[in-house]
Ligand binder design. Structure first.
Ligand SMILES: [Zn+2]
Length: 418
């Protein structure tokens, strides 16, 4: 197991490396990454990510809130589950109630009464995915407000200004988002524009001593474009990096290759956030590929359809087979839902009351957080490869059901599944 390493402490101090040392020491970002342990087989690592509101143990899954709340769960419950960081949605919050009111309420922390860390997105992704009438120019993303039809320009400066008002611990740069299934010159244009917009976001940040700005690596599924983007963005002194533009319907084989290419080129001493990933298998594999942070609406969204996440996949509470089943969702789960309620009760409740969704949401978030804690513990204790094998065996009834992309991705980091 590796000793605790302070950010930048292991940097070579020979003259040729003096510039990079100086660059690291000059960054006064409100973020420190301490590497607690590195897996000796895979690229996985366990870190303490020290942020303004508390220290986050990584690898970490970050649940997604929309309008300052997570659908189906309160801030107290989220805290009770041990969540150290969650996401706020800039697009929704920027539109309604608006950044001025939230600033008056002492930022999004005060508005939500959430005492731990918050990460806000740039607002750009929602615009492209939710608003049909959006147009991207060098200035920014132009779109019509779905609330009053007014034309609005979300520029890199505007996105950072809103996120400064929200007061999040981690802000995301505005990037030029193209679907991961798009190919051709548009991908290259978006990649270069994202680099220019990163510089504008860095310049616009009014609170660099309190709020961390993360860059987002783009380049679609093209390895050369990804590398160019990685080369350029890692020259900037930002506190962390996200891998963007994936998890949008591309082939899983392309997905993991782009992830591992990115982690190969990202600096070891900074956090790596893989955006939009939340399926259990994807989380475990991408930790092995070297990612530290993840977010996804999947666990909360799927809960609203009655799907509970379990170590053997998912359990559909609505199915008839659970009508008389007095076991909890997962007998090994220690969440408040599993401690108090049976499958039969949730099945009956689902027919008449939205409270069922609430109970399943709590269970699903607890599942994600517990999974990541177990992953971390296995990295710290030095048996992450064994953890992966046990996890896969439980998730899939037989070896021939293992997804081939996961088998290949794990083989690339020296883990063979038997
Ligand atoms: Zn549970």
């Amino acid at each position: 197991m590796a000793a605790v390493i302070e950010c930048g402490a292991d940097i070579d101090t020979t003259p040729e490396n003096h510039m990079s040392l100086k660059k690291t020491l000059s960054s006064a970002s409100p973020l420190t990454l301490r590497i607690v342990a590195e897996c000796s087989v895979t690229k996985a690592r366990a870190c303490d990510l020290v942020l303004p509101h508390c220290t986050v143990s990584t690898p970490v899954f970050m649940p997604v809130g929309t309008q300052g709340t997570l659908k189906g769960i309160t801030v107290d419950q989220l805290e009770g589950l041990g969540c150290q960081i969650c996401l706020g949605n800039t697009y929704h919050l920027g539109m309604r109630p608006g950044p001025d009111l939230i600033e008056k309420a002492n930022g999004l922390h005060g508005f939500m009464n959430w005492k731990r860390n918050l990460l806000t997105d740039s607002g750009g992704f929602q615009m492209v995915s939710l608003v049909e009438l959006s147009e991207v120019t060098e200035e920014g993303v132009k779109f019509k407000s779905p609330y009053d039809g007014k034309e609005i320009l979300l520029s890199p400066e505007k996105s950072i200004s809103i996120q400064n008002s929200l007061g999040s611990d981690i802000m995301m740069q505005l990037d030029d988002v193209v679907s991961s299934t798009v190919t051709g010159p548009r991908v290259e244009e978006a990649m270069h524009r994202s680099i220019r917009w990163l510089d504008r976001c860095i310049a616009a940040n009014k609170n660099p001593d309190k709020q961390n700005l993360f860059a987002i690596i783009q380049g679609g599924l093209n390895a050369d474009l990804r590398k160019t983007c990685l080369d350029e963005m890692t020259k900037r002194d930002v506190p962390g990096f996200a891998i963007g533009g994936l998890s949008g319907g591309e082939e899983k084989d392309d997905f993991w290759r782009m992830v591992t290419l990115s982690t190969d080129h990202l600096p070891r001493e900074k956090p790596r956030y893989l955006m939009g990933v939340g399926y259990a298998v994807d989380l475990v594999v991408c930790v092995a590929l070297g990612c530290d942070m993840f977010d996804c609406v999947f666990p909360t969204r799927t809960a609203r359809f009655g799907s509970a996440l379990v170590p053997w996949g998912s359990l559909q509470v609505k199915h008839k087979q659970y009508a008389k089943d007095l076991q909890p969702i997962d007998p090994d789960c220690k969440c408040p839902t599993c401690k108090r309620h049976s499958r039969a009760y949730l099945h009956a409740l689902f027919k008449s009351d939205t409270a069922a969704m609430h109970h399943i949401t709590i269970h699903n978030i607890a599942y994600q957080l517990t999974l990541m804690r177990s992953v971390r513990q296995s990295i710290v204790e030095g048996h992450f490869p064994e953890f992966i094998r046990t996890f896969m065996k439980r998730m899939f009834p037989s070896r021939d059901q293992y997804p081939s992309w996961a088998v290949d991705a794990l083989a690339s980091v020296n883990v063979t599944l038997e």
